[in-house]
Design a protein around this ligand. Structure first.
Ligand SMILES: [Zn+2]
Length: 80
């Protein structure tokens, strides 16, 4: 390998917002890497639905496309 052109590949401790930590190797500049979600708390792995809705985006989407649901008779009954 050439000198001084490669980032330093070293061991980092990943700290998740859920409290779990694990070690990995990375070229990340710090020794500790903070993150919001990991394989321990991600809904895909826990099987629990945890919708992160910041700023009512889901609500806005539902409002915007409420008309679409009415257009199809089958979907009309699912509307709240
Ligand atoms: Zn986590």
């Amino acid at each position: 390998m050439k000198d001084k052109i490669h980032p330093e590949y070293h061991e980092v401790t990943v700290v998740c917002a859920c409290g779990s930590t694990f070690k990995t190797r990375s070229t990340y500049k710090s020794d500790i890497l903070h993150m919001e979600i990991c394989s321990k708390c991600h809904p895909f792995f826990t099987g629990k639905q945890k919708l992160i809705d910041s700023g009512g985006r889901v609500e806005r989407f539902n409002r915007k496309y409420a008309g679409f649901k009415k257009a199809t008779p089958a979907a009309a009954e699912t509307k709240a």
